[in-house]
Design a protein. Structure first.
Ligand SMILES: [Zn+2]
Length: 196
């Protein structure tokens, strides 16, 4: 096999280790593929301040230890990524991304809740289970909402008003005959007026 002298490694090596280049007299690059790669990384180190940081961090003499340099190069992406993750800019970006995503998930779930009866029931069951396990928290939350959410306050007061009113109607009453339903039915109907 033909040999060619590489200006990078300073020795004769197989011609197949060189890339083609029309501009050169013999049609090949004057440095082998490996040396071209190293040359590229060195030029990168001059442009990319992260790269300089990396070289400093790993105490890397990239001119004298080319092979080691190539191995360490693989650590560079990982190292750079770990560093970027620590920056405030990235943290902020990530936070914004999460919040945007959160809003999207919320919207999707809302839509599903309206359209999917099975999903709706499973959510209702989960809420019920949670409330039974966390009665104190539930009461505190209701209390907070009652104090801060006027809409909720009105609904709750109206519901209580109807509940008390219905209790005053005797089980067998002419009013119920007139309405044509039971107390339970009426209660359910009235309650449904206040559910979202
Ligand atoms: Zn070479």
């Amino acid at each position: 096999m033909d040999k060619k002298y590489c200006l990078g490694c300073n020795k004769n090596i197989d011609i197949c280790l060189f890339s083609l280049n029309n501009k050169e007299i013999d049609g090949y690059q004057n440095r082998c593929k490996n040396c071209k790669k190293i040359q590229y990384y060195i030029s990168l180190s001059k442009k990319d301040k992260w790269y300089l940081k990396f070289i400093k961090e790993f105490n890397l003499d990239f001119i004298n230890n080319k092979n080691e340099f190539l191995i360490k190069i693989k650590q560079f992406s990982k190292w750079k990524w770990e560093n970027i993750k620590q920056t405030d800019d990235y943290k902020l970006l990530n936070k914004q991304r999460r919040e945007k995503n959160k809003e999207q998930v919320k919207q999707n779930n809302k839509k599903r809740y309206k359209e999917d009866i099975l999903y709706q029931n499973s959510i209702k069951n989960n809420v019920k289970e949670w409330e039974e396990k966390n009665k104190k928290k539930k009461n505190q939350r209701r209390k907070n909402r009652y104090n801060n959410d006027l809409d909720f306050k009105l609904k709750l007061n109206l519901r209580n008003y109807f509940n008390i009113s219905l209790k005053t109607i005797p089980k067998k009453s002419s009013i119920l005959d007139l309405i044509g339903c039971s107390v339970e039915d009426l209660k359910l109907h009235l309650e449904n007026q206040f559910l979202n």
